[in-house]
Design a protein around this ligand. Structure first.
Ligand code: NAG
Ligand code: NAG
Ligand code: NAG
Ligand code: NAG
Ligand code: NAG
Ligand code: NAG
Length: 479
């Protein structure tokens, strides 16, 4: 912020200053080395962050001061709120470079404000938050720490998976990004623990004590501040080791989710899960030498859909196509499910394959329901032992309704996988379309099509939604 801007702010302050008030947590005696300005989440009062601020100041041995705003400013109020908080920091003897932190949806306000040039901001700290799509970690003007818990019911771990994968890509180019834009998921911590607020609607029950949560939050946040400030009398190597450990722990924690996600979301645009489903439909008891080919179709390529020819061929390629459907989420809200709502899979029927090969024996073709059950078994088998234990304890299983038979391809194509989230569990109902008659235009025929449950959706239920079984589910906006 330049002088002119500050002058303009002090002018604006005349009628806006009453909108900003704050709590100051500081050391007495010596000038603080680090300062954090903390913006609360929208529906949590600033006073709820007092225990966090106290714990951070105490564990820093009074080298840190924290200014907590009482309420979340809008982005328009932000310059003034920041200037006021900054003046408090300077009055208390700090040299005036601050870490701007926020909890939950406050993260979007500070991330947007942090893009504006300011020589007063040293770094950004996102508690239970993330940089929204469109901003890249490696292009962000300041060092930025993204830190949340794996039992966060508001900022889903599946949303953080996307940010961590972005970091992994950055680290492959430049290992230093681990320290400049660390992304850390803490085991056993929830959303409310940043604000000492229990029983937030949709949040999950934590598995570490509040004191331990503060201790872990402090260790990572302090390490980030030390590395960022890079001061002469500090043990930078030790701080880097803390962040390095955080990176490795997070990688381990998120790996099962990333692996299952990549079955259908990958650069080659192949739905590996649809290929499994295709094999279950063909259900050959003896091995057959065919190649399974899948193409994912995007909204753009859907228009040329009719070019695909689904007859099985001489070269023994069995083709399927998959349309991946997601929750409409233009504002990139981390509370909404991040996994596909369905895989709309057009597959080759068993009868078509029987015509190809005389030697094979076949079992009954799997139903869509069978395949979806298989997706749940698969997702469960890939889940961490911790996630499996939590899911078992929650007793909120995934259950299946009978397949609905569509009578025409168009009817099937318009249908969507039913996903009913309630306090009993997740109910899944597929729509199936089978035909052995080629269409008049020969474009499609001999198909066995399903609206498939994405294994990643099943995993998101296992990791997050099932654990809310005693609490309200997000039912209205779930798909
Ligand atoms: C605070 O002081 C204790 C005791 O001297 C020390 O063990 C700890 O590492 C210090 N913490 C920080 C953040 O410097
Ligand atoms: C949160 O809910 C649990 C279980 O329902 C209850 O025992 C506890 O007192 C609640 N805590 C607060 C702070 O409301
Ligand atoms: C934080 O770091 C300190 C020093 O390395 C360590 O003793 C402590 O156990 C850590 N706290 C937590 C909760 O991990
Ligand atoms: C299967 O895909 C291959 C390669 O894209 C294509 O050459 C072939 O015609 C397709 N077969 C059917 C039956 O659609
Ligand atoms: C759907 O079709 C299958 C056979 O293709 C049949 O077994 C099943 O009963 C049908 N379901 C309904 C609801 O009609
Ligand atoms: C949940 O949804 C299923 C499927 O519609 C229904 O059978 C069940 O009764 C519902 N349970 C509750 C508690 O609403």
């Amino acid at each position: 912020m330049n002088i002119l801007c500050l002058a303009a702010l002090s002018f604006l302050q005349l009628h806006l200053c009453s909108a900003v008030s704050m709590n100051i947590f500081k050391s007495y005696g010596t000038a603080p080395e680090y300062a954090i300005i903390l913006i609360p989440a929208k529906d949590i009062p600033g006073s709820s962050y007092k225990p966090l601020a106290d714990a951070l100041v105490k564990q820093s041995n009074q080298t840190l001061m924290v200014v907590v705003l009482d309420d979340q400013p809008t982005i328009l109020q932000m310059p003034l709120a920041f200037a006021k908080a900054l003046s408090q920091v300077i009055v208390n003897g700090h040299k005036g470079n601050v870490f701007l932190a926020a909890h939950g949806d406050g993260g979007q306000v500070v991330a947007a404000f942090g893009i504006l040039p300011s020589r007063y901001i040293e770094g950004i700290v996102l508690f239970s938050s993330y940089l929204i799509r469109g901003s890249r970690l490696n292009a962000y003007p300041h060092p930025i720490l993204t830190i949340s818990g794996d039992l966060d019911g508001i900022t889903r771990i599946t949303r953080i998976v996307d940010t961590f994968e972005e970091l992994q890509g950055d680290v492959a180019q430049n290992p230093n990004q681990k320290f400049r834009s660390p992304v850390i998921v803490m085991k056993g911590v929830n959303y409310g623990q940043f604000a000492s607020k229990a029983n937030i609607t949709y949040d999950l029950n934590p598995e570490v004590s509040q004191a331990d949560a503060f201790g872990i939050i402090f260790n990572y946040t302090y390490a980030f501040m030390v590395v960022t400030q890079n001061g002469p009398n500090k043990n930078i190597a030790a701080a880097k080791a803390v962040l390095e450990k955080g990176y490795i722990n997070t990688e381990t924690l998120l790996q099962p989710l990333s692996e299952v996600k990549s079955l259908d979301q990958n650069l080659e645009q192949v739905s590996h899960w649809t290929i499994t489903a295709q094999q279950l439909i063909i259900n050959s008891i003896t091995p057959i030498s065919v190649e399974f080919v899948n193409h994912e179709i995007t909204e753009a390529s859907k228009r040329q859909h009719h070019k695909h020819n689904f007859r099985v061929l001489d070269d023994l390629k069995i083709n399927s196509t998959t349309k991946i459907v997601f929750t409409n989420n233009p504002a990139d809200e981390g509370i909404l499910p991040q996994s596909p709502t369905q895989l709309t899979a057009t597959m080759t029927s068993q009868d078509a394959v029987k015509k190809l090969t005389t030697s094979s024996q076949f079992g009954n073709p799997s139903t869509c329901q069978d395949i979806n059950q298989e997706a749940v078994n698969f997702a469960y088998s890939k889940s961490s032992s911790t996630a499996q234990r939590r899911y078992q304890t929650a007793m909120a299983p995934i259950m299946f309704m009978n397949d609905v038979n569509a009578s025409t391809f168009d009817q099937w194509n318009k249908a969507s996988l039913q996903l009913i989230y309630n306090n009993t569990g997740l109910f899944v109902g597929a729509t199936r379309f089978r035909t052995n008659k080629p269409n008049s235009d020969q474009s499609i025929g001999e198909q066995d099509d399903c609206t498939l449950l994405s294994p990643y959706r099943a995993m998101e239920w296992i990791y997050i939604d099932a654990l809310r079984y005693t609490k309200p589910q997000i039912t209205k906006r779930i798909s």
